[in-house]
Design a protein around this ligand. Structure first.
Ligand SMILES: [Zn+2]
Length: 442
């Protein structure tokens, strides 16, 4: 008997969590936070210790009460990759399960650094499994991490091997044939597995309505090249902001910074956190080329020196979503007493994640930047998520018997279901639209 529980991320983008019950043995896959709800809670209340129940009440973490009856049977908590909407709830609720957390080495590094930052000691063991390898959970269940491209190192498709067939968990991924860091997706293994009886595919639907193939990270790199090497910026400071965990993007920024003969500085805590995690396991080695500064006091002092020779610098900062605590926001607001000059370059190598908070924050940030007369370059970015035509190729490749749309709102999941129907699947027969708190028996 196989049961799949939608715990979180099936009504929204965020707080991803799925449980799979195989003859009474349960796997949890992903324990993410809902970033917007999490920030709202932690900003509004002066919390000494963040309480798991409180987090659940406000929808900041998956509501695991749906698993109350099978809670004791959880054998492992598997984490697919290190984005916070997949891993961020581990410090707060993983200890509700008497089971190890199993993830790739990079994800383990990120978990450890969150635990250190928050001063939390996790009861669960953290076990690492390399990408493209298997791990035996019990006599009934074996898991496998298959390399896939996304926007953070060591993202995995999780294959759950059971006597009933394989269940594939594909949150999050894109099919990038020209990655700029790391390898192409492991198509060979996907093809092999498609012949092993894929019972079900749990798959992201975030961009299922977007009728295209998501462009490669190489395209984002060319967009950056165009902006950084193709504009008249020789007399001005350049600031680039992007996702702190996007090592591929940061690598491209460094490459162009070096071409411009500029000193490259990474400013902000989260940048240094994710880069250090990647350096610890040898994925990147940015420290040779980059000066990293974490804390506000040091940043303020360093900015004073930069001011004397500003055209020699390329700064990479936190703040791509306009976060009020970020370095870019503080620069723009004058907190560091560092003035931007007319025609300084600010490059947003990201897309605004369209939540009301982000939209409002970005508007404030951009208005402040415009007061200085800086040049703003927006949307120098390509997504890490599969669009409709990637999803079609992926489903054709994996050949699942059943499809469970995940990672999205009702509209997003409906789009994926519609694609599946186009491909010959049937709603409620082999495509199952389930909401948080529901389960299906296969
Ligand atoms: Zn992700």
């Amino acid at each position: 008997m196989i049961q799949i529980y939608a715990v979180g991320g099936y009504n929204e983008v965020g707080k991803n969590c799925t449980a799979i019950n195989v003859d009474g043995e349960v796997l949890i896959i992903d324990l993410g936070i809902h970033l917007e709800n999490y920030i709202k809670l932690t900003q509004d209340e002066d919390l000494v210790k963040i309480d798991a129940d409180k987090l659940m009440d406000v929808g900041a973490v998956p509501n695991i009460s749906v698993l109350d009856k099978i809670n004791k049977n959880v054998k492992a908590v598997i984490i697919s990759h290190a984005h916070l909407d997949h891993v961020g709830a581990v410090p707060y609720i993983a200890d509700k399960f008497n089971a190890p957390v199993i993830c790739a080495p990079y994800t383990a590094e990120v978990i450890q650094s969150i635990l250190n930052d928050e001063g939390i000691k996790l009861k669960n063991d953290i076990k690492t499994v390399n990408i493209n390898s298997r791990y035996k959970i019990s006599d009934k269940i074996e898991i496998e991490f298959i390399h896939i491209t996304h926007s953070i190192p060591q993202s995995a498709l999780v294959a759950v091997h059971t006597k009933y067939g394989v269940i594939i968990y594909a949150n999050d991924f894109k099919l990038d044939l020209h990655p700029t860091l790391g390898k192409k997706p492991n198509f060979k293994r996907m093809e092999e597995i498609s012949r092993e009886n894929v019972l079900a595919l749990i798959v992201e639907s975030t961009y299922a309505s977007d009728q295209r193939k998501t462009p490669s990270e190489q395209v984002a790199k060319e967009m950056l090249r165009d902006v950084l090497l193709g504009t008249d910026n020789k007399d001005n400071l350049i600031i680039v902001t992007t996702f702190s965990s996007h090592m591929a993007r940061l690598k491209s920024i460094i490459e162009f910074g070096k071409k411009l003969n500029r000193k490259i500085l990474f400013l902000g805590r989260s940048l240094s956190k994710y880069v250090k995690a990647a350096e610890n396991i040898g994925i990147v080695n940015f420290s040779n080329d980059v000066e990293m500064i974490k804390y506000s006091g040091q940043i303020e002092r360093r900015l004073k020196k930069i001011d004397k020779d500003r055209k020699k610098y390329l700064l990479v900062t936190t703040g791509h979503q306009g976060e009020p605590k970020s370095v870019l926001y503080k620069i723009a607001k004058g907190v560091f007493k560092f003035d931007l000059h007319a025609e300084d370059n600010v490059v947003f190598s990201c897309r605004t994640i369209p939540t009301p908070t982000n939209i409002a924050n970005r508007e404030v940030l951009e208005n402040e930047l415009k007061l200085f007369g800086v040049r703003i370059f927006k949307d120098i970015h390509q997504s890490g998520h599969a669009a409709r035509e990637d999803l079609r190729d992926f489903i054709n490749l994996i050949k699942p018997r059943n499809i469970i749309p995940a990672h999205g709102t009702k509209e997003m999941k409906d789009s994926l279901a519609e694609l599946a129907v186009e491909m010959g699947y049937k709603i409620d027969q082999n495509v199952f639209l389930i909401r948080n708190g529901q389960k299906i028996d296969l």
